[in-house]
Design a protein around this ligand. Structure first.
Ligand code: IPE
Ligand code: IPE
Ligand code: MG
Length: 238
């Protein structure tokens, strides 16, 4: 599919994996079936991104607000996370994909936390695409966490107040050391950030697509990449 890609690709791509519930509803299935289909598609699209040379991929899998969903939906998601991380541990090895997690993972069940730690450990030294999985992630929670870290440093004297800069804030975020996202794709047609990468997306290009995440194919990603390539990014300049 290489010939269908533009020259200029985003270095860092973000995807808000939205629309699983509506996908299931349209088929008369429980929402959990939509999440299962979405999780399968996550694996497929992740490997596709690695194959075309995306350097950083951040997927939004579970927000700090998603805990407010019915308990049975949340627990179905926890089961899926375990299953897919287990599979990812094996499947992403050949692609040299390095997995990291954005968010407060201490809120997850113990077994899932162990799997998260194991996934990060075996990713050390991998040279391929960096895959950030945002789980129990919220942009506001991330910024709050960062400000608290910096405030503590100021308090104990290791940081001066004037050293609270855009750079030190960036380096206190979960994405420390990574470039900001260039392009954020939101399938499912919703025109909002839903608390995703608030600080980092200051100059990201947004592409909203009227397609539900389980139906989102590599061809749809290519279409978004073309739209991105044809945009003029000015970063406040002329
Ligand atoms: C995204 O799909 C998955 C998560 C938020 C975990 P949704 O479950 O939000 O699907 P819709 O938006 O209800 O269709
Ligand atoms: C955003 O989708 C979070 C994820 C895709 C993980 P939501 O479905 O939670 O967002 P809202 O509620 O439509 O804003
Ligand atoms: Mg949704």
């Amino acid at each position: 599919m290489g010939e269908t890609l533009p020259q200029k690709l985003p270095v860092h791509l973000g995807i808000i994996m939205d629309g699983n519930g509506r996908w299931a509803k349209r088929r008369g299935l429980p929402r959990s079936a939509g999440h299962a289909a979405g999780a399968a598609n996550f694996k497929k699209i992740t490997r596709y991104c690695a194959s075309i040379g995306i350097r950083y991929l951040t997927v939004y899998a579970f927000s700090t607000e998603n805990w407010t969903r019915p308990a049975e939906e949340v627990s179905a998601l926890m089961v899926l996370f375990r299953q897919y991380l287990d599979e990812a541990l094996r499947d992403f090895r050949d692609d040299e994909i390095a997995v990291r997690f954005l968010g407060d993972v201490s809120a997850f069940p113990k077994k899932l936390q162990e799997l998260i730690r194991e996934t990060e450990e075996i990713s050390v030294g991998r040279t391929g695409m960096v895959l950030n999985i945002a789980m129990n992630y919220g942009g506001r929670a991330e910024l709050t966490h960062a400000f608290r870290t910096l405030a503590q440093k100021v308090k104990d004297g290791s940081l001066a107040p004037e050293e609270v800069t855009e750079e030190t804030i960036s380096s206190a975020l979960y994405t420390a050391g990574q470039p900001d996202p260039d392009l954020i794709i939101r399938p499912s047609g919703e025109h909002r950030t839903s608390n995703f990468l608030l600080w980092q997306s200051a100059y990201a290009e947004y592409v909203v697509m009227d397609i539900l995440w389980p139906d989102f194919r590599p061809e749809d990603l290519n279409a978004a990449l073309w739209e991105y390539a044809n945009r003029s990014r000015r970063f406040g300049g002329v």
